[in-house]
Every structure is written in C-alpha cells, then in structure tokens.
Design a protein around this ligand. Structure first.
Ligand SMILES: C[S@@+](CC[C@H](N)C(=O)[O-])C[C@H]1O[C@@H](n2cnc3c(N)ncnc32)[C@H](O)[C@@H]1O
Length: 332
C-alpha cells in the first residue's frame, strides 16, 4: 500500500479560497465550554487552534481572555473566515494555512495551550463537491486541503483489492472489508460518491439506522488525508517543541472516533514521563448537547499537559516570549 504525501500546487486543489462564504459559517463547535474550561485561557498568553475550521474554538479563546491565537488549517476554503478574524482581532490573531503535523515549525514563541478538534467541519461534509458525504452526490475527492495529490477516486480505481481491503479494515473497521474491496474492484471505474455508496450498500447489509457506506467513506477519507499519521506527528512535534521550553503546554484533543482517540491515548502512554492527564480519561458531551447537535454524539475530549523538562539537566532553549505575530497576517 502506498500513500503519497507529496505537496502539489494550488491549481490542482479541489477547493479554493473563493468557496468560503457566509453560507459556510454553519459549523457548531462541539464540547466548546469543556474545551475552554480545560484550556483556561489567560491574559497575555498565546494559544494554538490547530484545526481552525469555522473558527468557533478560536473565537471562544480570543473572547475569554486578552490572549493571542495562532490558528492552523490545511483547508484553503477557510482563508476568508480567517481574514474576517484578522480584521476583527488584529494582531491578536494569526492564521497559517498548513497541516498540523508541521506544528513544530509554525511556533516561534512560548505557547501555553494547543487545541485539536479532529476530523471534518460541517462545511466540508455538506459541500457535495468535496466528496466526503454519501448523502450528497459529487466527485470522489475527499481531500481536506491542497497538500496532497491522492484522491478517493484514485484509491478506489487503482489500488489492488488487497490494499483496498487493508484500508477498509484498518481505517473503517469494516468487518466485510474483503467483500467491499471486491465489489469496488468489480465496479470500476467509480467516479462519484453516489456510485460508491451504492456499490457498498449492495454488499453490506444495513444494521439499524447507520448507512452501510459509512465505514467505507470513513476509511477512504482517513487514508487520503493521512489523518492518523497527521495526529501522531503533531503530538510528537509538540513534545519536541516543549522539551527544554520555559513552560508547560496544555493540550486539549477532541476526537470523533476511536481511531483518532487511540492515537492520542497511545501517545500519552508512551510519553508518560513528559505528558500527564489533567482529567482522568475522556470528557463526553452532555445529553443536552447531543440533542442539540447530532455531530456531538461521538465526541470525546482529552485534557493533557506536556511538561517542559527544565531542571533535568537540559538548558531551556532560547525562545521568543513575546510571540511577535505579524499583524493580521494570513499565510498562504
Ligand atoms: C472539526 S473541524 C474544526 C472546527 C472548529 N473547531 C470550529 O469550531 O469551527 C476540523 C478542521 O480541521 C482541519 N484539519 C483536519 N486535519 C488537519 C490537519 N492535519 N492539519 C490542519 N488542519 C486539519 C479541517 O480542514 C477542518 O477545517
């Protein structure tokens, strides 16, 4: 199985800055109050929102203290939202169009906390042209940003049956992965979300209210965007950034399925000397939140702290404590 991670030019992107519009500001942030309570923003400090999306988390952080926010997202369609933030918050807000796996290279100052709200925004899911949803017909694309070449159509149409089966099993936890992989290979070429969903529905029996295509779509999306590796690299980047730093860093993660959460949990376990849980286990949304926002039903939040290793024989690295974020700068 080969996963391409090559960076491509913006012309090849499935999305563009022009796609962002007020229409898109429909994402309801999940576990927002719980995230804020754990991050506990303070005046004069700097926080990173590693998954900017519609900016729900960034706004809450900026409004809760006189602090600064460095926001990242790999999806260029959020740039216009970030531009609005820059106009509103001036030099307190900085956006960088990048993958969070590059987080270490984005930071040049002391940071007090970092939040991750993994997965897709409602805008990405609801935009049929992005190809994420089997409820909207569109091209089998599924790229979150323009940082990768590989589309879901390329995976479905050119990967071997064995590779497809592994992807479906690993990233979709699809019990009938072999059957789905064979059906995909037999139905080639596949070009649309509706086509793929029908192929899966023909071989996977419906159980309850969950659409049989759910796991296949999840698997392809995770694979196309290298999502689990992205999380792993970002967390390791934070470790190396924090080591020898001047202060501890709060890390809050919100995961929407067990695979994402497992990466965080395993990282916590294997770095237990430096990473501690602030609250034991996961924090779940209230029944009220789930009733108001169906997307919240599978969310789970972890609150961690990464300790700076000052005083253990390692001299603190010299870091910029002022965080001179260029005023309202939007990086492309
Ligand atoms: C669930 S949404 C975040 C919503 C946001 N918290 C809000 O309140 O509006 C997740 C966002 O993370 C972005 N994202 C996912 N994986 C990423 C990665 N590896 N690097 C950077 N951004 C990523 C997606 O493009 C999406 O915009």
């Amino acid at each position: 199985m080969h996963k391409e991670t090559k960076t491509t030019s913006a012309e090849k992107a499935p999305n563009s800055a022009s796609r962002a519009s007020n229409e898109m500001l429909k994402h309801t942030p999940v576990l927002l109050n719980e995230m804020l309570a754990q991050l506990f923003p303070k005046n004069g400090k700097v926080y990173v929102d590693a998954t900017f999306g519609a900016g729900g988390y960034s706004r809450a952080i900026l409004n809760s203290a006189d602090c600064k926010v460095i926001a990242l997202d790999r999806d260029p369609s959020v740039i216009s939202i970030a531009q609005d933030f820059s106009r509103e918050y001036g030099s307190r807000f900085f956006f960088n169009l990048s993958k969070f796996s590059d987080i270490k290279n984005m930071l040049n100052c002391e940071v007090s906390g970092i939040v991750f709200d993994f997965g897709l925004s409602s805008m990405q899911i609801e935009d049929g042209k992005r190809g994420f949803s089997f409820q909207h017909d569109g091209p089998l694309d599924m790229r979150m940003g323009n940082d990768g070449d590989l589309t879901a159509a390329q995976v479905a149409n050119s990967f071997s049956k064995d590779d497809l089966r592994s992807i479906l099993r690993l990233y979709g936890e699809e019990r009938l992965a072999g059957r789905v992989a064979s059906a995909i290979v037999a139905s080639r070429p596949l070009s649309s979300t509706f086509q793929l969903a029908e192929v899966v529905r023909a071989v996977v029996p419906r159980r309850g209210t969950i659409d049989p295509a759910t796991k296949t779509f999840q698997a392809l999306r995770i694979f196309v965007n290298n999502e689990l590796q992205e999380i792993h690299s970002a967390l390791n980047g934070i470790l190396s950034f924090a080591s020898g730093g001047l202060n501890d860093i709060s890390v809050v993660t919100v995961a929407f399925h067990s695979l994402e959460d497992m990466v965080v949990k395993n990282w916590l376990k294997s770095n237990s000397g430096m990473v501690k849980e602030k609250t034991r286990g996961v924090i779940l949304p209230s029944n009220q939140e789930i009733a108001n926002n169906h997307r919240a039903r599978s969310a789970r939040l972890r609150s961690l702290v990464v300790r700076a290793i000052v005083g253990q024989g390692r001299a603190p690295k010299e870091k910029n404590t002022n965080c001179n974020i260029p005023e309202g700068k939007i990086e492309r």
